[in-house]
Design a protein around this ligand. Structure first.
Ligand code: ADP
Ligand code: ZN
Length: 725
């Protein structure tokens, strides 16, 4: 009887396909192979092997691909993700399997350039910029240099041709230098020491059959030293000869963090994020599979790296919404980290100053262990937080900074300290309106207002990226110079600040910062070094950063986000405000925060002012429980979208008719999705709510199998555990 292999292919296919294994090819589960698929050849993974009498009419496996096989825990993770998210199994495989790029793996040397000393034949501002940037005498990659100087690659190439820059071949830097767990380090405080010890203890208290016996919540106020503490768990893991993974929201992955790691372990860790280039990516992936990369720090996709010997996963800022992937396979990286930890048999540390309700409840109910750091390191106080009641102390018309906030900034500057003004709105103004005819500028593809960006002189959609020049005359009625910017974005706040404090150094930090990620990192470091007086920023600066000179945080509009109908709005806002106010006073001097609000008695604001997070969370948990929302019940969303509104709505209704919910299951909708039009597609949403003991996925599968199939431009996306509902 021939051997038959079940090959899973990383395409949107639900099942593995059968192929016959040719004589002489010894395959094992997890091997990466090449197989014919229709008229093409493709790569897949051996998911099962059997002897079968009916195998003779199958096509044969072409051969094995020379990359590390998928480990058993990784294969089980793929199965698990597909089962949990309802994504096709092949799509889940695509998260972990990347086609090998042989050219990249063979890379041995790269070319870098430095200043030769010979003056260029011709000088231009762009060329001068490059030469200035390269004047440090260091070796720079060509494109890195161009990026740093803010010019195109051809300028650098021109200077090489001219002889003003010389090209040098350099050995590639090691992708994953080995961290030294016993590198000299700062001594931990008693509380930190105890917490670190608790993290590396085997989970003695959790019953072995508890579903998440290996997960620990590390909860500590901002500045308590959670990072130092989980570094000890990392050191412990490295000493034991195993690999560690630290997951972070992308924005927290800064040079500052990598340097901090280097201060503890002697070398920078291997970093995995969307910014690392193809070749480096390939080499790092290979080093992870070979077990050579001992510690990887990465954004959510690092969770799918092929670790050979994983001994620890840390999820930093575990409450961050950025861990949820919202297209393709809809997964939550924190939850999948807990699953991967269980499959690998390794502990998972979830760190946060403001844990999510889900994690908090898991800890309270004993499903996770709970380790706390209730105080800031070194006896530093948490910032003193006060509200500014905008009804009484509001700013002048057309202004956004209230007199008490302005005075506080003045006092702060006089003391030579830094201030951060926080507004979670990119751009100049969130809405543009014609005063003559009342026309409001909206996106042509989405149900969103266009946001004015003054630096770009454009009106921009933050949903799809559509942009148009800001018109001189209203496009609707033709009136000249009568468009008005409604409400503030960070650029507008910066304008006001510059008028108030003309001789101060002000910087705006948001994801629109020109010059890309590298420039932004440099700016963040400059802020940390105290090279600026006032930072105006979005949530980009609210989290994770350590600015030692910062002693005042002004929140411009604490009420944003409280008005949305989303049941998570209060939790989100509370987390964000705690994080941003927690930026103040992390250095030598104590910090304070002033919060502009029209509703100082709102439970979220009241909890922030009193510092009584426990009570706030207790009430949120009770409200969730009463409403049967996660983690007390299960929730999924089906989003139906189509190019025509009627088609989307009609299909939503057809799905609803086929729902036939059994007892314990509730199907709501279809209703227009919160964003009813995105990128030219109309969206309707059905919500499925079930009791906790019900097999939500089983029900969904059954329902979708009997419901009419989407045709034409129709799509149905399944989102288990949606983050907004
Ligand atoms: P968290 O992650 O809880 O917000 P961090 O780990 O960033 O806190 O620590 C806050 C600050 O305190 C950092 O500047 C850090 O370097 C410092 N710090 C924490 N623990 C120690 C320690 N044991 N010795 C010296 N400095 C420490
Ligand atoms: Zn749009």
């Amino acid at each position: 009887m021939p051997d038959v292999a079940e090959i899973l292919i990383p395409l949107a296919l639900d099942t593995a396909y059968s192929y016959v294994v040719p004589e002489g090819l010894a395959l094992a589960e997890g091997d990466v192979v090449q197989v014919p698929l229709g008229p093409r050849e493709t790569v897949g993974v051996v998911w099962g092997l059997s002897h079968s009498p009916g195998g003779s009419n199958l096509r044969p496996v072409t051969g094995r691909v020379a990359v590390a096989p998928l480990t058993e825990p990784l294969r089980r993770l793929v199965d698990w993700i597909a089962r949990y998210t309802l994504a096709p199994k092949g799509s889940a495989l695509a998260l972990v399997l990347r086609l090998p790029d042989e050219a990249a793996a063979r890379e041995t040397a790269r070319v870098a350039v430095r200043v030769s000393g010979k003056p260029p034949a011709r000088r231009t501002p762009a060329r001068d910029k490059v030469l200035e940037t390269a004047a440090d005498g260091a070796l720079h990659g060509k494109s890195a240099l161009a990026k740093l100087a803010g010019v195109s690659l051809s300028v650098v190439d021109g200077l090489i041709d001219d002889g003003a820059l010389e090209a040098v071949a350099v050995e590639p830097e090691p992708v994953a230098p080995v961290p030294d767990p016993d590198h000299p380090r700062v001594p931990l405080s008693e509380a930190q020491e105890a917490a670190a010890l608790a993290l590396v203890q085997p989970a003695a208290t959790a019953p072995l059959d508890a579903p998440h016996a290996g997960a620990v919540l590390l909860e500590g106020v901002t500045g308590s030293g959670k990072t130092e503490v989980y570094f000890e768990a990392v050191a412990h893991c490295v000493r034991a000869g195993r690999q560690a993974l630290i997951l972070m929201p992308e924005i927290a992955l800064t040079a500052q963090f990598l340097d901090r790691f280097a201060a503890r372990f002697g070398v920078r860790p291997a970093a995995w994020h969307s910014g690392i280039g193809g070749k480096r990516r390939e080499r790092l992936r290979a080093a992870v599979a070979a077990g050579e990369a001992r510690v990887v720090v990465g954004a959510r996709s690092a969770l799918f790296l092929p670790f050979r010997n994983l001994g620890l996963i840390v999820v930093d800022e575990e409450h961050e919404a950025a861990y949820k992937q919202e297209d393709g396979v809809h997964y939550h990286a924190r939850d999948m980290a807990v699953v991967r930890g269980r499959l690998e048999g390794c502990p998972v540390v979830l760190a946060s100053a403001t844990p999510s309700i889900e994690t908090r409840v898991n800890a309270e109910r004993g499903r996770y262990r709970h380790v706390r750091l209730p105080e800031r390191f070194g006896g530093r106080r948490l910032p003193d937080i006060q509200a500014i009641d905008m009804r009484l102390d509001g700013p002048e018309r057309g202004r956004f900074l209230s007199p008490p906030l302005i005075n506080a900034i003045k006092a702060n500057l006089a003391a030579g300290e830094q201030a951060l003004l926080f507004l979670n709105r990119r751009g100049y103004a969130p809405l543009t309106l014609c005063r003559a005819c009342g026309h409001r500028y909206r996106c042509r593809n989405c149900s969103t207002w266009l946001v004015e960006h003054r630096f770009r002189r454009a009106l921009v959609c933050h949903q799809c990226g559509y942009a148009e020049p800001r018109p001189q005359a209203c496009t609707e009625c033709g009136t000249f110079d009568n468009l008005t910017a409604c409400g503030p974005g960070v650029e507008r706040i910066a304008e006001e600040v510059a008028e108030l404090f003309p001789d101060r150094r002000v910087i705006v930090l948001s994801s629109d910062f020109p010059g890309g990620a590298e420039r932004l990192r440099m700016e963040l470091e400059a802020v940390a070094a105290g090279e600026c007086d006032i930072v105006v920023g979005t949530q980009l600066v609210a989290k994770g950063h350590n600015f030692p000179h910062l002693t005042l945080v002004g929140v411009l509009d604490a009420d944003i986000g409280l008005t949305s109908g989303d049941p998570r709005a209060a939790e989100r806002t509370f987390q964000l405000l705690q994080q941003v106010t927690g930026r103040a006073g992390r250095g030598e001097r104590p910090g304070r925060a002033l919060v502009q609000t029209y509703q100082p008695t709102h439970p979220v604001i009241a909890a922030l002012l009193s510092g009584d997070a426990e009570r706030f969370y207790a009430e949120e948990v009770m409200a969730r429980e009463a409403a049967g929302l996660p983690p007390f019940g299960r929730l999924a969303a089906l989003v139906v979208s189509a190019a025509e509104r009627e088609a989307a709505e009609a299909h939503g209704q057809a799905l609803a008719r086929a729902a036939e919910p059994p007892p314990g299951v509730m199907v709501l909708g279809p209703a227009e999705a919160p964003l009813a039009l995105v990128r030219g597609r109309y969206r309707f949403r059905l919500l499925v709510k079930t009791e906790r003991n019900i097999d939500l996925q089983g029900y969904l599968r059954h329902w979708l199998a009997r419901a009419p199939k989407p045709r034409g431009s129709l799509r149905v996306a399944v989102d288990v555990d949606p983050q907004s509902f």
